[in-house]
Structure formats: structure tokens, C-alpha cells
Design a protein. Structure first.
Lengths: 142, 497
């Protein structure tokens, strides 16, 4: 496909998509949003590049094995869950506290956010793996 | 609060994650898999000891108190099941080293095994009915992938059937949970038991309980919902079949036992009679299917159906002895049916076929395989001193105790037919003359498959020889099941909430 309008829009809106998805990710702990929906939005941004350009171009842009992204996310989420166990709490117990950070002011930092980031990565990794597998048609015996 | 309860779920999860990091390095995949299986066995034994000594162990996930959060509960029955899954995992993983082809090993075979194990252990340990659904899904997704891994035509054909029936079952499960939640307003199993006991009109609960029965009957392959089983057991490579036969149907049976001893006990005379009748049909039709087949693996698959009938029979009798029989039968069946499936894999490696008409004379040519099969098939048919005898004995005794003579007669008759079809395999595959000289494709590699079988048969014999000792624990587990107050008290604290 060689569509100038789509390509221009896809390029410009990419950052907008990603920024909004990060916004959703960070507010998601207590408000609507969260890792899952943020991950899907990021995927949407990348898939738009797939549509506007082609697989090779995007793979050059993002030379990552998507499966590894998913695995990293899973590891992060699992570690967040296990972390509390070392302090004698049940699995998946979360902790939070308020910190004052320059520029941002007082913020609530929760371990649930780490879990959410894990979910975010899992969603990105697995959905992109699925989409690129379908788009690529790599047969079993290759 | 005891974190030991979640560790049997976390070990496979962490292992699967570790394995994903070096997915092309087969050597480390194997090493890590087997170490983790041994570790899981250690932890599950520790858990069983803790439960036997200190009573039911509970962990409130995320530190949310009982009816609101998800509770993980290990009573003795759960602990036995988790131990069983660890025992089976060792055999299956060790067997896979020399059986599964390299292509499959590279494509997430070992991580998938671990994920299925995680789903299985989670189902055994959860105390929340919605969480049970989630763990069912985890093990199903893993099993879909294991079933279709390799992409052979026959495999895909069976995988589609398996997926459709299970997606149907899952949707039904979800509907049933929603209905139950609508009536009681809770999903915690202990809390459900309290709320249902307090209801005045329990007819709607009986209807919902039958929905749950249908769902678990699909998973456990009970009459008339067992049609998916023979094909999906026949299609994948032997270790995967073994995993399915040893553990996946057991999850269905476990869920039946858990829900119909803890939650749905409001109208025992109706629900448990239905269970008993279905058990009778499952046993007899399963074994008739086995008698009619002429394929090694298919005969074993039909037997599996028939044997699930026995497990459910103990639940249908709804007495302490009946449930002891169920527990024994679950353990016995996992050990023996798996060893038989593994033997069928060995003969397939040697001869290249599972069609009984093309087999023959294996006993003279490969005496080790022949004799292993001989022992295992007699254990399955229920000859003392192997584990099969005691499990059937307990079930028959439980049936006679409360005067259910019909089901006892059926179970004895089915036992005879079981022996008949095992003898049929023995007669066709092991006796007689070889139709042609068998030259195993991989040379003597099949010998390396035998330790897993010997390990399982030894355990079965151990249970038979040490029956008293195992019986005392199974009795404790069954008494816990028959007295749900203990479970409720452990989860919700003294006197409910």
C-alpha cells in the first residue's frame, strides 16, 4: 500500500498514541485505565505503522523479539507478586506510599503499578507476536 | 495464613518463565524442567505433611480477607492431588526427553507443560469458584497448544473438536457461576456453602448444581459427554496423551468432588443419585467401547472413560468409605493408566504402529516391555497386591455398606470386561509370533523410555504393599471432605463470619 495521507498521519499520531497509552497506564491503579488497555493502545499505534508501511519497515524500526517483551512483562508481574512473600505477606499483596517528587509533586507509588507495567508488556508482546505471526505466515517447517 | 499453599502454583509458573528465556537451548530446557518437577514434588510432600499435622492450610491472596478476596486452600484431598500431579510430572518430563522430537521441543513444549501443570495445581488449590474457572482456562489454553503442537493433520482435526467442546463447557461454566452468584452473592466456596445452607428454597440451587455437573462432566469425560476423549487422546504424541489421561480428567473429577461435597449438598438424595447413575453408564459404555477397539492407544483411551466412572461412583455413594475409594482410584488410575500409555508409546517407537492387528510377538522379542505391560494391565484390572485391587475393593465395599447393589454389580462386571480387553492387547501385541522382524528406528533408544514406566509401576506396587499407611491418610482426607464445617472454619474463621 502506498498511501501518503495514511503514512503521514500514522507517523505523526504514533507519539500521541503512545503518550496517551502511558497516561492510561499510570493512572490505571485507581482510575479507569491500566496495563491491559494501555498495552492494547500501544499495540494499536504499532499496528497502524504496519498498515501504513510494511512489516520489514516496522521490524527495522523496532528490532525486538516480541516474545521477549511478553516474557519480561510476565517476569515483572510475577516478581511483584512474589516480592511480598519474602516479607511474610501472602502472594500478590500490594504496598503503596506517598512520595514527593520534584515537578510531579506528591504522588502515590504502589507496587500494583509494577504489576500493571508487567501486564502492559505482556499485552504488547503477545498481541504483536500474534499479529506478526498471522501477517508473516511463517509455516511450521521453516 | 501460610504461603506454602501457593508455592505449588508458583513453581511451574516461574519455571515456565525461566524456560522462555532460553527456548532454543534444549539441554537447559530439559534440566530446568526436571529440577523444577523434583522441587515441586518436595514442596507438595511438605504441604501434605503440614496439612496432615496442622489441619487445613489457607492463604488469602493479596491479604484480602476471606469472602472478598481469593482464597487458596489446601485440605488433605487437595494436597494429595498436588502431590499426584508432581509425581506424574516427573514421569512425563523424563519420558519426553527421549520421545518428543526436536522441533516440538524448540517450540515451547516444556514451558507449555509447566503452564498446564500450573493450571492443574491452581485448580486443586483454589478456594474460589471463579478462580477455579480461571485456572481451568489456563490449563485448557496450555492443553490446546500441546494438542495441536506439531500441526499434523490428524492432530489439528482433533484439536478443533477438543477446543470447541471445551469452549462450550467454559461458557456453560461461566453461566453457571453467574447464576450461582446471582442467587447467593458470593464466589468463595466456603462462603457459598454457608449461604446455601441458610437458603430456605434450595430448588434453584439444585438446578444450578446440575449445570455445574454438566460442565465438570465434560472435563472429566462422563457419559454422555465423553465423545471428545478417544480422538484427542489418540492424536498427540504419547507424553501429552499421558498428561491428559493422568491429570486433565482428574481435574474434572476433583472439581466434582469438591463442589458436591462442599457446596451442593442441599439435596443429596437427588443430586448424588444422578451422579451414581451417570457413573454406572460411564463405566459400562466406556469399557464396551474399549472391547470394540483394535488400536492400542484407543483401547486405553476408552478405558480411561470407564475408569472415571469408578472415581465418580465413590462420590455418588457419598459415604466416607466411598470417597476413600475415589481418592485411591484417582491415584491408582493416574499411575497405572499413565504407565500403560507410556508403554504404548514404547511399542510405537519399536514397531511404528499402534494397530493391534499389525503387532505380535513382542513378549519374546522385547521381554522387558512385555512384562511391564503384563504387570500394569493386571494392576488396572484390579489384581492384588497392586493398587487397583484396593481401590476397587473399597468402592465395592462402600456400595455394599449402603445397599447400592446395582452399581456394585455393574462395577464388578465392568472389571471383568476391563481384564478381557487388557488380555486382548496382551494377546494381539505381545503373544504369538512377530509378523516381521521389528527393527526400532532409533536403535535401542526405546530402553531409555522404560525408567519412567518402572517408576510408576513401582509406586503403584508400593501403594498396594503399604496399603494400611496410605489408607489412614486417604481416610483423613475423606473425613475432611464429608465434614465441610472444617473447611469452612479454616477459610472463614470460627463460626463463619
Amino acid at each position: 500500500m502506498n498511501n501518503l495521507i495514511l503514512r503521514t498521519i500514522a507517523k505523526r499520531t504514533f507519539y500521541l498514541f503512545v503518550a496517551f497509552s502511558l497516561y492510561l497506564l499510570f493512572r490505571g491503579h485507581n482510575l479507569p485505565g491500566g496495563g491491559f488497555i494501555a498495552g492494547l493502545l500501544t499495540v494499536a499505534a504499532i499496528v497502524l505503522q504496519y498498515l501504513a508501511f510494511d512489516i520489514k519497515y516496522v521490524q527495522k524500526l523496532l528490532p525486538i523479539d516480541y516474545i521477549n517483551v511478553a516474557v519480561m512483562g510476565l517476569v515483572l508481574a510475577t516478581l511483584t507478586g512474589i516480592g511480598g512473600m519474602f516479607l511474610g505477606y501472602p502472594f500478590l499483596t500490594q504496598a503503596f506510599d506517598y512520595y514527593t517528587i520534584p515537578i510531579f509533586g506528591t504522588v502515590e507509588l504502589a507496587t500494583a503499578l509494577l504489576f500493571d507495567i508487567g501486564v502492559y508488556l505482556v499485552v504488547i508482546g503477545s498481541v504483536l507476536t500474534i499479529i506478526s505471526a498471522i501477517g508473516d505466515e511463517k509455516p511450521w517447517n521453516s | 495464613m501460610n504461603n506454602l499453599v501457593v508455592i505449588p502454583i508458583l513453581i511451574p509458573l516461574v519455571t515456565a518463565l525461566l524456560l522462555l528465556f532460553f527456548r532454543k537451548n534444549i539441554f537447559w530446557q530439559r534440566v530446568v524442567s526436571i529440577i523444577s518437577a523434583l522441587l515441586a514434588l518436595g514442596v507438595s510432600i511438605l504441604l501434605a505433611i503440614t496439612v496432615a499435622q496442622d489441619g487445613i492450610q489457607v492463604s488469602q491472596i493479596g491479604n484480602w480477607p476471606a469472602p472478598y478476596g481469593i482464597t487458596m486452600v489446601a485440605d488433605l484431598f487437595s494436597a494429595i492431588m498436588v502431590m499426584l500431579s508432581a509425581v506424574m510430572a516427573i514421569a512425563i518430563i523424563a519420558y519426553s526427553f527421549n520421545y518428543i522430537d526436536r522441533k516440538r521441543e524448540e517450540y515451547f513444549y516444556y514451558p507449555l507443560l509447566q503452564l498446564v501443570l500450573m493450571g492443574i495445581n491452581g485448580s486443586f488449590l483454589t478456594g474460589d469458584i471463579f478462580n477455579l474457572f480461571v485456572f481451568f482456562e489456563i490449563l485448557l489454553i496450555g492443553s490446546y497448544m500441546l494438542l495441536s503442537l506439531g500441526g499434523e493433520k490428524y492432530q489439528l482435526q482433533e484439536a478443533v473438536k477438543y477446543m470447541i467442546i471445551n469452549i462450550l463447557a467454559s461458557s456453560l461454566f461461566l453461566v453457571a457461576i453467574a447464576l450461582l452468584y446471582g442467587v447467593t452473592g458470593t464466589l468463595n466456596m466456603a462462603d457459598l456453602a454457608v449461604k446455601i445452607a441458610a437458603l430456605e428454597d434450595t430448588r434453584v440451587i439444585t438446578v444450578i448444581s446440575m449445570l455445574f455437573f454438566a460442565v465438570f462432566a465434560i472435563k472429566a469425560a462422563l457419559f454422555p459427554l465423553y465423545f471428545w476423549l478417544p480422538g484427542s487422546y489418540h492424536a498427540p504424541p504419547t507424553p501429552i496423551t499421558t498428561l491428559f489421561a493422568a491429570l486433565l480428567t482428574k481435574v474434572g473429577v476433583y472439581a466434582l468432588v469438591r463442589t458436591f461435597t462442599l457446596i451442593f449438598v442441599q439435596d443429596v438424595s437427588f443430586t448424588h443419585t444422578v451422579i451414581l447413575v451417570i457413573a454406572g453408564f460411564t463405566m459400562s459404555l466406556g469399557v464396551l467401547g474399549a472391547v470394540a477397539q483394535m488400536d492400542f492407544k484407543r483401547i486405553l483411551a476408552y478405558h480411561s472413560i470407564s475408569q472415571v466412572g469408578y472415581m465418580v461412583m465413590g462420590l455418588g455413594l457419598y459415604t466416607v468409605t466411598g470417597l476413600v475409594g475415589t481418592i485411591f482410584f484417582i491415584v491408582h488410575h493416574s499411575l497405572i493408566k499413565s504407565s500403560l500409555f507410556l508403554i504404548s508409546g514404547i511399542t510405537e517407537k519399536i514397531t511404528g504402529t499402534t494397530d493391534l492387528r499389525k503387532l505380535g510377538g513382542l513378549l519374546t522379542a522385547f521381554p522387558l516391555v512385555g512384562w511391564l505391560f503384563f504387570i500394569a494391565s493386571f494392576a488396572l484390572a484390579g489384581t492384588p497386591p497392586l493398587s487397583g485391587f484396593f481401590s476397587k475393593f473399597l468402592l465395592i465395599k462402600a456400595g455394599l455398606d449402603i445397599g447400592q447393589h446395582a452399581i456394585v454389580a455393574v462395577s464388578i462386571l465392568v472389571g471383568t470386561l476391563t481384564l478381557f480387553s487388557m488380555v486382548k492387547i496382551f494377546y494381539y501385541a505381545f503373544w504369538g509370533k512377530e509378523p516381521h522382524k521389528y527393527i526400532p528406528k532409533d536403535g535401542t533408544k526405546w530402553v531409555r523410555l522404560t525408567p519412567a514406566v518402572i517408576y510408576l509401576i513401582t509406586l503403584s506396587a508400593l501403594i498396594g504393599v503399604n496399603f494400611e499407611w496410605f489408607y489412614s491418610y486417604a481416610l483423613m482426607a475423606s473425613e475432611q471432605l464429608m465434614n465441610p464445617e472444617i473447611y469452612i472454619e479454616a477459610v472463614l474463621g470460627r463460626g463463619g463470619h
